[in-house]
Design a protein around this ligand. Structure first.
Ligand code: FEO
Length: 393
């Protein structure tokens, strides 16, 4: 793909990676991804914003074939999907300096061995006049790592936001035109990458309200030339109230736990509470993470095996603890054969979440009517807690 024009003197460069299926050796990419770089030309300087994953650097170099000089390479983020080709670009453009935060300079030294004399660090709010165009650098720590920043191109009202507002969504569209699909991919991306830092994200969103943003150009997925949709979605995901919704990650070996799960789904639905059951023995990390964004309650369904919770259920609890969703309540349902400590184990796996525990329901063997009525009672308590908190669906 060639350079693509966004505005006079402002182009998208980079690579659409249609076939990538895993990111960070962890997150599934059902729709591929893209590594977006941008070229901004002023009368005094030409600036490249970010680079690409090193495996596709040839595509970036081909797009730069007619660019004789690059004065600055802005490194918004040290992660290698954006920074990994900086050494190749610096070799090709010996006059170029890397513009980044002081923390990013340290990390690029560690990760890529970029020489000290190639850096030009910038403070938060620092301006670079490139001739008829003004770049303002905004330190945005924790949009994904601690060293991250964005760039505001004042005259064109473009925010180059790096990972923030991005999506793992390979598309031939330059702009986000399939809005529902893009937002779904962006939500998954938010859940996997941004959710653990939602307090920092909320602060950054408030700051960005002071900017009259016309276009958001992220480092993954399509460009948002109608930015209200992604901005509103982020405000909701990061700072909005959780929904009247229960996430139910479950696993069942011989059907007893599943009977309790099915009873809980019905009992919650009868009480007007939306349920998102996710069988963790077959689901993807991305699906589970995305379903965590809105839920007010997490109920983990697990049998006892190997003396504790099923490993896949334990993984769901571990993941919730790491991703820090805005859920408020937690419980467990499940069955055991002769003993074990599933509940204590699930509890121990979620120390970062300040969740109120609603009394779990566990039964020995196949759940009898009494056990199933206890599941109904749990549904009643969840519905009451959600109603008390005034949560909307
Ligand atoms: Fe797309 Fe955190 O790198």
């Amino acid at each position: 793909m060639q350079k693509r024009r966004i505005a006079e003197g402002v182009h998208w460069l980079g690579a659409v990676d249609w076939n990538r299926r895993l990111f960070d050796a962890l997150m599934p990419l059902p729709d591929g991804t893209s590594y977006n770089a941008y070229l901004v030309r002023g009368s005094k300087m030409t600036v490249l914003l970010d680079t690409v994953e090193p495996t596709v650097v040839d595509r970036l170099l081909a797009q730069l074939a007619d660019v004789e000089r690059i004065d600055r390479v802005v490194a918004h983020h040290a992660e290698q999907d954006h920074s990994g080709s900086i050494p190749v670009v610096l070799e090709r453009y010996p006059e170029a300096k890397v513009v980044c935060t002081p923390k990013c300079r340290e990390m690029l030294g560690d990760l890529l061995h970029v020489p000290e004399n190639r850096f030009e660090t910038v403070e938060d709010g620092e301006i670079l006049d490139i001739g008829g165009r003004t770049l303002e650098f905004l330190h945005l720590p924790w949009v994904h790592w601690p060293e991250t920043m964005g760039t505001w191109l004042r005259e064109e009202k473009i925010l180059f936001s790096c990972d923030l507002f991005g999506s793992h969504f390979a598309t031939s569209d330059l702009y986000a035109r399939e809005e529902a699909r893009v937002l779904e991919a962006a939500k998954k991306y938010y859940a996997e990458i941004m959710m653990p830092y939602r307090k920092a994200i909320t602060k950054h969103l408030a700051r960005l309200e002071g900017y009259d943003i016309g276009t958001i150009a992220p480092s993954h997925g399509p460009v948002h030339d109608r930015p209200a949709a992604i901005l509103d979605a982020y405000r909701d995901w990061a700072a909005g109230e959780p929904r009247n919704e229960v996430l139910l990650p479950f696993v069942s070996m011989h059907g007893s736990t599943e009977k309790m799960v099915l009873r809980l789904i019905g009992a919650l639905a009868d009480r007007g509470v939306r349920v998102r059951p996710v069988d963790v023995s077959v689901t993807s990390v991305g699906k589970l993470a995305a379903e965590m964004v809105d839920c007010a309650t997490i109920v983990i369904g697990t049998p006892v095996v190997l003396g504790g919770a099923h490993p896949t259920a334990a993984y769901a609890a571990y993941l919730a603890n790491a991703l820090k969703p805005k859920a408020r309540f937690v419980s467990v349902v499940g069955s055991y054969g002769w003993g074990g400590r599933a509940i204590e184990q699930i509890d121990r796996l979620m120390p970062s979440l300040k969740l109120e525990t609603l009394e779990p329901v566990v039964c020995k063997g196949d759940p009898d009517e009494e056990a199933l009525r206890a599941v109904d009672d749990l549904a009643e308590r969840i519905a009451a807690k959600h109603a008390e908190a005034g949560l909307a669906s």
